[in-house]
Write a protein that binds this ligand. Structure first.
Ligand code: PEP
Ligand code: MG
Length: 567
C-alpha cells in the first residue's frame, strides 16, 4: 500500500497505465544498406502519421477543432519535403535513421527558435512532439496516448499538467496517481473539477507501479493499493458503492438555499478554470462563480488571447450563470502557473517574484486587454473583477485607475458595460491580511485564497511534501489571520468569501461561519456537501467550537477538536 495526498474524493478501481516518458536513447550505427534504412524510416513515419491522424480525429470529437488542428499540423510538418530530403540525405551519407531524424529535428528547432515571429517560434514544440513520436516508432517504444484509454484506467503520471487534461479521456479514467503535487496544486484542482479520484505525491509511483497492475485508488484517504487481495478488492467495491449512495443522499440539498441551522443565508458558489466548467457549476447547483481562474485561458492558448477571445470566454460564463454573480480573477501568472509564450525570466524565488498583479500592472497595455474584455462582458451578467496576490493599497489603486481608463475608452467607443462593476481582491498574503482594514475600505469584496495564504504565512510551499506538516489551515497562525480578514471585511460592510480549497473543508466550516464569512467558493462537485455541512451549524454552536479552537496552541489539537465536533 502506498500513502499519498488525498486530492480528489472517490474510489477508483482499475488497471494501471503508467504514462512515463519512454527512454528514447539509442546508439548511433552505420547501416549496411541505406536503402533499407530509408525504408525503415518510411515505415516508422507512416505509423506515426496513422497514430497522429487517429488522435486528431478523436480530439475533433471530444475536445475541439482548434486542438485537432494542432495534431493535423504535426502531420504536415513531418511530411514536409525539405525535412524528408534532409533525413534521407543523411541516411544516404551513412547515418542510421534515429540519428538522421534527431539531427534534422535539431536543425528545424534552431531555425524556428531563432525566428522573430512568435508563431514560428512556437512551432519548436511541434518539432519536439514529432521527434518523440517518430523516435518512439523507430525504437519500438510506446508513447502513452491519454486521449484514448481503455475503460477503468488508473493513470499513473509524474504530474498531471493542464495540457494533459485537455486530451485526457475522462470517461475511461477511474483514478489518477501522481508523483508530485499537494491538495492545492493545479493537478489536484483539475482532478476535482473533472471529478476523477486522485492521490498525489506518491513517491516513485511511476517506477513501482507497472502497466497492467490492478489498483485501488482512494482519493478520500490518499491510499493506493497495488495488486490487492480479493478481500481488499471486495472491501473497496463496497466502499465505492457506499460513496455513491452518500452522494445520492446529498441530492435533497439540490435547489435549496444555503442557510445555517438558524437560518443565516450565505452564498455558495463554484471555482472554475474555463468557460465550459460553468456548465458543471450549474449542474452541481452552484449559486454563481466565486473564482474563475482566468490564467487557464492563457495557459491553454499558444499566444496571448486577444480582447475578443477573452470577451467571448467571459461573456459565455456570464450568460451561462444567468445574472448570478461571477467573480473573474485577472491573470495570476507566475509561481506554479507557467505560461511558456510569456517568456518570464527565471527567478530565484518565483513564488515571491514578478508575478500576478505585479506583472500585470507593469504591463498596463497587456493588462488593459483583459480589463476591457471583462468590462465588455459585464454588460451580459453580474461580472466582478478580482485582483490576485495583492500586498499593498497601491496595487488596488493602480488597478482601479487602469479600469477607469478602460471605462473611459469604452464610453468614447459607445460600448456597453456595467458602470458599477465591483472590484475586489484576493486576500492571500500575510501583508493583505495585516492591512485588511485599509484594503476593505477600497474594495467591494474580499475572497480569501487560503492555498497561498497558508503557504506564505507558514513559509511552506503548497506542493512540497516535506513541509506538509506545516501547510495546514488548522495552524493557529492561519486561523488568527482568517479571523482578522473576515472580521475587518465584515466591519467595513463588504462581502467576505473564500475561494481557497479550505472553503470546502467540512471541519473548518463552523469556524468560518463564526468569524462571519458569507460566501463559500468550492469546486463544483463539493457544492451539495458544503451546503449540507453549513445547514448543520447554528451561530451559537459554531461560536462555541471556534472559541475553543482559538485557545489551542497546535494544529493537531485544532484538527482533533474540529473532527470531534464534526462527528
Ligand atoms: C488561493 O491561493 O487560495 C487561490 C484560490 O488561488 P490559486 O490556488 O489559483 O493560487
Ligand atoms: Mg492564489
Amino acid at each position: 500500500m502506498y500513502q499519498g495526498v488525498n486530492a480528489s474524493d472517490g474510489i477508483g478501481i482499475g488497471t494501471a497505465i503508467v504514462a512515463v516518458e519512454p527512454d528514447l536513447s539509442y546508439t548511433p550505427t552505420t547501416p549496411e544498406s541505406p536503402e533499407e534504412e530509408k525504408q525503415r524510416y518510411k515505415a516508422a513515419l507512416d505509423r506515426f502519421i496513422e497514430k497522429t491522424q487517429g488522435q486528431a480525429d478523436r480530439m475533433r470529437e471530444t475536445v475541439g477543432e482548434a486542438e485537432a488542428e494542432i495534431m493535423a499540423g504535426h502531420i504536415i510538418l513531418a511530411t514536409d519535403p525539405f525535412m524528408l530530403d534532409e533525413i534521407n540525405n543523411r541516411i544516404d551519407g551513412g547515418m542510421c535513421a534515429e540519428q538522421a531524424l534527431n539531427e534534422v529535428c535539431d536543425m528545424f528547432y534552431a531555425m524556428f527558435d531563432s525566428s522573430e515571429e512568435q508563431l514560428i517560434r512556437e512551432r519548436c514544440a511541434d518539432i519536439q512532439d514529432i521527434r518523440t513520436g517518430e523516435l518512439a516508432e523507430l525504437l519500438g517504444k510506446e508513447v502513452v496516448d491519454l486521449s484514448h484509454l481503455p475503460i477503468n484506467s488508473i493513470v499513473v503520471v509524474h504530474d498531471l499538467t493542464p495540457s494533459m487534461t485537455a486530451t485526457i479521456d475522462k470517461e475511461n479514467v477511474a483514478a489518477v496517481v501522481t508523483e508530485t503535487g499537494g491538495r492545492t496544486s493545479h493537478s489536484a484542482i483539475i482532478a476535482r473539477a473533472l471529478e476523477i479520484p486522485a492521490v498525489l505525491s506518491v513517491e516513485g509511483c511511476c517506477t513501482n507501479i507497472h502497466n497492467g497492475d490492478m489498483c485501488i485508488v482512494n482519493g478520500s484517504t490518499g491510499e493506493v493499493h497495488v495488486q490487492p487481495s480479493p478481500e481488499e478488492l471486495e472491501a473497496a467495491k463496497a466502499a465505492a458503492h457506499k460513496a455513491i449512495a452518500e452522494k445520492r443522499a446529498l441530492e435533497i440539498f439540490r435547489g435549496k438555499e444555503t442557510v445555517t441551522a438558524d437560518g443565516e443565508r450565505v452564498l455558495l458558489v463554484a471555482n472554475i478554470g474555463n468557460p465550459d466548467d460553468a456548465t458543471a457549476a450549474v449542474e452541481h447547483d452552484a449559486e454563481g462563480i466565486g473564482l474563475f481562474r482566468s490564467e487557464f485561458l492563457f495557459m491553454d492558448a499558444k499566444e496571448l488571447p486577444s480582447e475578443e477571445e477573452q470577451f467571448t470566454a467571459y461573456q459565455k460564463v456570464a450568460l451561462r450563470m444567468k445574472g448570478q454573480p461571477v467573480i473573474i480573477r485577472t491573470l495570476d501568472v507566475g509561481g506554479d502557473k507557467e505560461i511558456p509564450y510569456m517568456n518570464m525570466q527565471p527567478e530565484e524565488n518565483p513564488f515571491m517574484g514578478y508575478r500576478a498583479v505585479r506583472y500585470c500592472l507593469n504591463n498596463p497595455e497587456q493588462y488593459k486587454v483583459q480589463l476591457r474584455a471583462l468590462l465588455r462582458a459585464s454588460a451580459f451578467g453580474d461580472i466582478k473583477i478580482m485582483l490576485p496576490l495583492v500586498t499593498c493599497i497601491d496595487e488596488v489603486r493602480q488597478a482601479k485607475a487602469l479600469i477607469d481608463v478602460c471605462k473611459r475608452e469604452l464610453d468614447a467607443e459607445g460600448v456597453a458595460y456595467n458602470k458599477d462593476i465591483e472590484v475586489g481582491t484576493m486576500v492571500e498574503t500575510p501583508a493583505a491580511s495585516l492591512i485588511a482594514d485599509d484594503l476593505a475600505a477600497e474594495c467591494d469584496f474580499f475572497s480569501i485564497g487560503t492555498n497561498d495564504l497558508i503557504g506564505y504565512t507558514m513559509c511552506a510551499d503548497r506542493g512540497n511534501d516535506r513541509v506538509r506538516y506545516l501547510y495546514t489551515v488548522y495552524q493557529p497562525a492561519v486561523l488568527r489571520s482568517l479571523k482578522r480578514i473576515i472580521e475587518e471585511g465584515r466591519k467595513a460592510g463588504i462581502m467576505v468569501g473564500m475561494c481557497g480549497e479550505a472553503a470546502a473543508d467540512p471541519l473548518l466550516i463552523p469556524v468560518l461561519l463564526s468569524f462571519g464569512m458569507n460566501e463559500f467558493s468550492v469546486s463544483a462537485p463539493a457544492i451539495l456537501r458544503t451546503r449540507k455541512v453549513i445547514s448543520q451549524w447554528s451561530k451559537e454552536a459554531a461560536d462555541a467550537i471556534t472559541e475553543e479552537a482559538l485557545k489551542l496552541k497546535t494544529a493537531a489539537e485544532v484538527q482533533a477538536l474540529l473532527s470531534a465536533a464534526a462527528k
